[in-house]
Each structure stands twice: as C-alpha cells, then as structure tokens.
Design a protein. Structure first.
Length: 139
C-alpha cells in the first residue's frame, strides 16, 4: 500500500477482497437465522462478488499481458469500478440483512455497472497499450 500506481491498486484490491472474505466467514459463523432470511445470500455475495471479483480486478493487469499477450497500462481510473464493486457488495449485504428487495435490485445494477466500466477501461487500456506498429497504424 505504500507504493504507488499498479502495485497499490493490486494491493488495495487484495485487501478489500480479503476483507469481504472475513465478513463472509463471520456471517457464516454468526448464522443469524432469526434476523434475516437472506443471511446465506449475503455470505455468498461477499465471497463471489466481494472476494473473487476484487481479486480479478487486482490481477487483470498482470494476467492479461502474460496469458493473452495484451499490453495493458495502469490508470487511476480503475479505482472507479473497484469503488462501485465495493458499494454494490455493501448494498447487497445491507439489503440481505434488512430484507429490502429494492436495495437488492439496485445492488445488482451497480454490480453490472462496475463490471461494464471495468471492461471498458481495460479495453481502452489494451488499445492504448499497443504500439503503433502492432496496432496496424501508420504514422
């Protein structure tokens, strides 16, 4: 976290992901069946959206260039979809414990927006990361 750029972004994603994993574990240990009907749903979303997608966001800039060969450039704009993802998971868990169906629906829209924005930013970063010769551009 003390470094900057892509390393800080990856570290932030991992810390947030591990935080959601801890929250999911605590939810499963507490099992507040008397409080809400959706306790298990909250734990599943904390793991799948909070932990897994935070890890995917954090490792994309490392994995894509290695596996696919796309050169990606880090941009501070990547924090925006990460923030939206964290908000969506927090909304989902709050909605599950409060049994608010409208908030559950809103959290789904925010999750999709976070994923779409992340894909657009990564797509733009892959285009920006290409050299003019590889992209077929003539200067």
């Amino acid at each position: 976290m003390r470094l900057s750029g892509q390393i800080r972004f990856g570290a932030m994603c991992m810390l947030l992901g591990y935080g959601w994993l801890i929250i999911a574990g605590l939810e499963l240990l507490a099992r507040p069946l008397q409080v809400t009907l959706f306790w298990y749903d909250a734990a599943v979303h904390a793991v799948t959206l909070g932990f897994v997608l935070s890890m995917v966001f954090g490792h994309t800039l490392i994995i894509f260039p290695s596996v696919i060969g796309l050169k990606l450039r880090y941009s501070a704009v990547l924090y925006l979809p990460l923030l939206l993802l964290q908000i969506s998971v927090a909304l989902r868990i709050a909605a599950d414990f409060g049994a608010w169906m409208e908030l559950r629906l809103l959290s789904g829209f925010v999750t999709v927006a976070a994923l779409a924005l992340f894909a657009v930013i990564i797509g733009a970063a892959s285009v920006a990361g290409r050299s003019p010769a590889r992209a077929g551009l003539v200067l």
